[in-house]
Design a protein around this ligand. Structure first.
Ligand SMILES: *[C@@H]1O[C@H](CO)[C@@H](O)[C@H](O)[C@H]1NC(C)=O
Ligand SMILES: *[C@@H]1O[C@H](CO)[C@@H](O)[C@H](O)[C@H]1NC(C)=O
Ligand SMILES: *[C@@H]1O[C@H](CO)[C@@H](O)[C@H](O)[C@H]1NC(C)=O
Ligand SMILES: *[C@@H]1O[C@H](CO)[C@@H](O)[C@H](O)[C@H]1NC(C)=O
Ligand SMILES: *[C@@H]1O[C@H](CO)[C@@H](O)[C@H](O)[C@H]1NC(C)=O
Ligand SMILES: *[C@@H]1O[C@H](CO)[C@@H](O)[C@H](O)[C@H]1NC(C)=O
Ligand SMILES: *[C@@H]1O[C@H](CO)[C@@H](O)[C@H](O)[C@H]1NC(C)=O
Ligand SMILES: [Fe+2]
Length: 472
């Protein structure tokens, strides 16, 4: 079984290598070796249950407010409610402060969750290392995190970008490489655990194992969550018809801080970036809550404070893989013109299990009466990046459309993750890192210029009005 899976992958990769490169873009012909796309067994060390009676497990943190001075700390106690208290402080004042969280539990078919704690700690100082302690007595555990710098247009900051992670050996490789990359916060592109590929109580059990797997990173730095199709878990045949049930119980987001009415879409500002998270699987048509919220949120973006405008969603709007092809058309038709008008820098998505980067293009003149439509080069348009190659059970999506569409700049079906190193208001270094035989190999490296501060028009106008221009 595994052997034949491997052979299919090799065959697909070989086929891909014959595909003619399109007009502008590049289709990588790299043939990778990979681990089998099977989940690590539950007895694997990466899923180890921490020692001690009812010890907190599945610890993860996320930003807790709009501007980065708060953190939501979440964890699970498996054998009893235990305490929802967090003790925290700086090195000088360890455990100097305490905050009280909330606890919840849920059932899913015949699975009963442990006790899921969420605790907001706020009023933190910027750019500071905090230690935090959760759990009781001998089973207490201590972790730490570093708050981001104050919101500032030139604050450097490095984001990691991971999508469709799952819990296979490839997922492990991706996470290990990410942790060596110097990333300070993860933008997660949806499809977390792939627990929905299991049945009955194993669905819940695989959510728990995934929580323990990512703890090595997610307990120490925020993961900014977006939801994918594998979070929906709409399973009426087993009596589970409340979408996103497991996800919403386990992963909180600071949605109220951006005046969102729903945890599935929201925004946060961090260092020099304004990050907008959208839900591909919630209504986005005109006048829907998500549409109304995004319209308002885009007005709140202030590029003098946060020059980098980053949008995160699950389903890509531009992608030339045959898998999930054009699934993002609905959202593209509704939101693309806003992204162009607001000069968004990046639209990150997952879903397709391969890597792809677009040129700056737009297709916003579609006329349903005449059928006129075509993506055209557009300097105001964002770059679309698909990083759905975290490494889950479903394997790679290695068949791209040939010839490569003109909008596609680079594509390769390998597992990996990306990093976005924001340097200042004008420059960001971007790398896609392929997992390659146990090494992290930077494969697609691009220097991005900010769409607001570095566009030529803006630069000229600024030059005329002010003699001194940053970034020149
Ligand atoms: C939550 O846990 C309590 C205590 O074990 C239990 O009585 C209750 O039924 C659980 N609730 C859900 C929704 O699972
Ligand atoms: C859950 O249900 C499945 C199938 O109905 C059964 O095989 C399994 O033993 C049950 N597990 C628990 C914990 O009840
Ligand atoms: C959210 O709405 C409230 C009330 O309308 C307003 O005071 C607050 O500034 C808004 N928050 C943001 C982030 O815009
Ligand atoms: C944007 O931020 C700058 C710097 O904080 C501030 O001076 C300006 O008034 C803000 N613009 C808007 C429209 O709020
Ligand atoms: C679409 O095309 C029709 C027919 O040419 C034209 O009347 C209409 O104004 C166009 N609509 C838009 C939004 O461009
Ligand atoms: C530059 O100055 C002109 C004339 O005073 C003004 O119309 C324009 O809006 C200014 N542009 C910027 C970017 O401040
Ligand atoms: C911004 O960062 C780039 C890349 O490190 C550098 O070349 C440029 O000089 C920086 N600009 C300013 C104003 O520091
Ligand atoms: Fe997906």
């Amino acid at each position: 079984m595994l052997q034949s899976q491997y052979e299919i992958v090799v065959l697909i990769c070989t086929l891909v290598s014959f595909i003619r490169t399109g007009i502008g873009g590049r289709t990588s012909t790299y043939i990778r070796s990979e681990w089998p796309s099977s989940d690590m067994p539950l007895h694997n060390d990466v899923f180890a249950v921490p020692k001690g009676h009812n010890a907190p497990q599945q610890v993860h943190i996320t930003q807790g407010d709009y501007d980065g001075k708060a953190v939501i700390i979440s964890w699970v106690t498996p054998n009893g409610v235990g305490s929802s208290q967090v003790l925290y402080g700086t090195l000088d004042q360890k455990n100097g402060f305490s905050a009280q969280g909330t606890v919840t539990n849920y059932t899913f078919y015949n699975y009963s969750s442990g006790f899921i704690h969420h605790c907001l700690i706020d009023g933190l100082e910027y750019g500071t290392k905090y230690y935090y302690k959760i759990g009781e007595d001998k089973a207490a555990r201590e972790f730490w995190f570093v708050t981001p710098p104050k919101i500032d247009p030139d604050a450097p900051y490095t984001f990691g970008i991971i999508g469709d992670l799952g819990q296979t050996y490839n997922s492990f490789s991706t996470l290990e490489h990410y942790m060596q990359s110097g990333g300070q916060t993860v933008l997660f592109l949806g499809d977390l655990s792939y627990a929905d590929r299991y049945e009955h109580n194993n669905i819940g059990i695989r959510w728990d194992s995934w929580g323990r797997f990512i703890e090595r990173s997610a307990a120490y730095q925020p993961w900014i969550w977006s939801a994918g199709n594998h979070e929906i878990e709409y399973m009426p045949h087993i009596g589970e018809d409340f979408p996103f049930k497991s996800y919403l119980h386990r992963f909180h987001t600071p949605y109220m801080a951006s005046n969102s009415s729903n945890p599935l879409w929201y925004a946060v500002r961090r260092a020099s970036a304004h990050i907008i998270v959208l839900s591909s699987y919630s209504s986005f048509v005109k006048y829907s809550p998500q549409w109304m919220w995004l319209r308002e949120e885009l007005k709140r973006v202030n590029r003098s404070e946060t020059p980098w405008l980053i949008v995160v969603m699950h389903v890509p709007l531009y992608n030339s893989d045959q898998v999930h092809y054009m699934e993002g058309e609905g959202m593209r038709a509704v939101f693309e013109s806003w992204f162009v008008q607001s000069k968004a820098d990046f639209i990150f998505a997952g879903h397709v299990h391969a890597y792809e980067r677009s040129y700056r293009i737009s297709n916003i003149y579609y006329n349903v009466s005449t059928g006129d439509r075509y993506p055209v080069p557009d300097k105001s348009a964002p770059v679309y990046l698909t990083v759905g190659d975290g490494g889950n059970q479903e394997g790679l999506a290695g068949r791209f459309w040939d010839p490569q569409p003109e909008y596609s700049a680079f594509r390769e079906a390998s597992y990996g993750h990306s990093t976005l190193e924001i340097k200042n208001r004008t420059h960001a270094f971007y790398h896609w890192n392929r997992n390659d035989d146990g090494k992290k190999v930077p494969t697609d490296d691009v220097i991005f210029h900010n769409q607001y501060w570095a566009s030529n028009l803006r630069r000229r106008r600024l030059k005329k009005n002010h003699s001194k221009v940053e970034g020149e």
